[in-house]
Design a protein around this ligand. Structure first.
Ligand code: HXC
Length: 515
């Protein structure tokens, strides 16, 4: 080949590989951020990346756009491998036009989404963008529409993951918003619909980027983010770990990763974890770790609605999703945020063939006008809906308290849980003994010469009568009462029997989950 052509090839390629140029790359590094290509390199298996559309440029004119045509148009797209499994990936390049999304940039992402959808592999978006490219006007807005449509179409078909690695402003937030999981990085990433300057102009509120939409805000307060990491490399490790629990798509099964952990392992330590007094809390994560293969529990949304704990583990090598009330936080009550958090996780697991293990220890729904006025009826209903709708294998274990609505909601037999277990110390009743005796024995207590003693005695009797698992077991609502140390062995036994579970769902366009 002529030298001139090789020279031109080399020049173009090097220009494409250099993004926005050395000074922009230095600026990016000085902010503690990697470049788009460095990120892809670190996240994927070495040498596995295959790029699409490297030489794409925008064709916009006006506002000086005609003078700059950077290759990639500010987004590096392609596919590669994670743990030798195919993934599709795009990384916005903040060094080019602030990673803003114009028509060509959007078209590249949409094309990649089509490939991921057709080939049944997860798609991972690395977001670092100023949002809709202002110079391209409506073409840029339209490009977002194309992406949102594809996100929705792919929902429940392939896992969709967003990693937020810089500003993610305006239209850029809604593709992650539809995705299954959002990862953020402390201090360098933020997400907001309108930035601090617009907020100040419109409402006079003064707020900085971090307080408005930083990683801790979205991990603790809004619940938008599922994972938060100290730096980009930790976020990439988290993404790789998450994918190890997931199937490639809705038609395949999650990978089975066997360990040497004996499926029949007994858990004598568990008795030291659970206090005899039902009023004393304990850490449910310790219980999950004891049950799980090698103690591994990959928690999702660990800092949000901490009264419920959700996440992935393996049992005898197979992926499962744990949903567990957390007695260590607000006594494990169910409230609006906990209901939303758990319902979405249940639906994800159901869409991707991941069996659900529910650990129940909750005094019930949180009372109060705040919860009522903010729609606990609507939000709690999501949890019921999600459990009832899920057709994956479902196993539930009542550890201690399962009172009232919470007993029904938390994967009860009547919501078509496949197997319901309880420990001997389980308490299943319409409400807790103290509240119950005040209602049904109010007159007796008031008229007694020693009301306090009478209330205590009645509470004790109520507890003996109702606060145990045997009434529920006698009705078949609990399949078996087991000793705590048998928990891992018994759950695995049941899980194995459900491996080929098939359950028909009614023909309909879709249900109408309360939102
Ligand atoms: C075009 C943009 C841009 C954008 C940033 N740039 N955002 N170019 N369109 N939306 C360019 C800047 O002009 C600059 O170019 C370069 O990117 C880096 O930006 P800086 O401002 O210098 O960087 P920084 O100080 O780090 O601030 C980053 C930022 C800020 C916070 C993202 O740029 C910003 O506030 N941008 C606008 C964010 C926003 O409001 N987006 C919403 C758009 S509306 P030079 O050439 O100087 O290097 C939207 C609606 C869609 O998205 C709705 C769909 C539902």
């Amino acid at each position: 080949m002529e030298n001139k052509k090789i020279h031109s090839f080399n020049e173009r390629r090097s220009s494409a590989l250099n993004g926005g140029g050395l000074s922009q790359i230095e600026k990016q590094h000085s902010r503690g951020k990697l470049t788009a290509r460095e990120r892809i390199e670190k996240l994927l298996d070495p040498g596995s990346f295959v790029e699409t559309g490297m030489y794409v440029t925008h064709h916009a004119t006006g506002f000086g756009m005609e003078n700059q045509h950077p290759y990639t148009d500010g987004v590096v797209t392609g596919w590669g491998k994670i743990d030798n499994r195919l993934v599709y990936i795009f990384a916005q390049d903040f060094t080019i036009l602030g990673g803003s999304l114009g028509e060509a940039h959007g078209r590249k992402i949409a094309y990649l989404m089509d490939l991921a959808y057709q080939n049944g592999a997860p798609i991972i978006g690395l977001n670092d963008s100023g949002g809709a490219r202002i110079q391209e006007g409506v073409a840029s807005l339209d490009a977002y529409g194309e992406i949102f449509f594809r996100n929705t179409r792919a929902s429940g078909v392939i896992p969709q993951i967003s990693i937020i690695l810089g500003p993610t402003a305006g239209g850029s937030v809604y593709s992650p918003g539809i995705n299954d999981f959002i990862f953020m990085v402390e201090k360098t990433s933020n997400m907001f619909i309108t930035g601090p300057e617009v907020i100040k102009a419109v409402t006079h509120e003064e707020i900085d980027f971090e307080s408005l939409g930083g990683s801790s805000v979205h991990s603790e307060k809004s619940g938008v983010a599922h994972f938060s990491a100290d730096n980009e490399e930790v976020a990439f490790l988290q993404v790789r770990e998450l994918l190890s629990y997931l199937p490639q798509n809705n038609l395949s099964s999650p990978p089975i990763i066997h360990s040497s952990d004996d499926p029949k392992r007994q858990l004598p330590e568990i008795n030291n974890l659970i206090p005899d007094d039902p009023q004393i809390p304990y850490e449910i994560r310790d219980v999950i770790s004891l049950i799980a293969d090698d103690g591994n529990f990959f928690e999702v949304q660990s800092d949000y609605a901490q009264n419920i704990v959700i996440g992935f583990s393996r049992l005898n090598g197979k992926s499962v999703g744990f949903v567990a009330n957390q007695p260590n936080h607000l006594a494990g009550v169910l409230d609006i945020n906990a209901s939303d958090k758990a319902a979405r996780f249940i639906r994800f697991c159901d869409a991707f063939h991941i069996p659900l293990i529910t650990l129940v220890d909750t005094p019930g729904f949180l009372p109060g006008s705040d919860q009522e006025h903010n729609g606990i009826i609507r939000h709690g209903a999501k949890l019921i809906y999600a459990y009832a709708e899920a057709t994956v294998p479902k196993i539930a274990l009542i550890l201690r308290k399962a009172y009232g609505g919470a007993y029904i909601v938390m994967s009860s037999k009547q919501l078509k849980c496949d197997y319901n277990l309880a420990w001997p110390q389980a308490e299943i009743a319409v409400m807790g003994p103290e509240g119950a005796v005040k209602i049904i024995f109010r007159k007796d207590i008031q008229e007694s010469p020693n009301p306090k003693k009478s209330a205590e005695e009645k509470t004790r009797l109520f507890r003996e009568e109702f606060a145990n698992p045997y009434q529920a077991a006698s009705r078949g609502s609990v399949d078996d009462v087991i000793l705590p140390e048998q928990t891992r062995q018994r759950i695995i036994e049941v899980l194995e029997s459900l491996h080929e579970k098939r359950q028909e769902t009614p023909a309909r366009k879709h249900g109408n989950i309360p939102l």
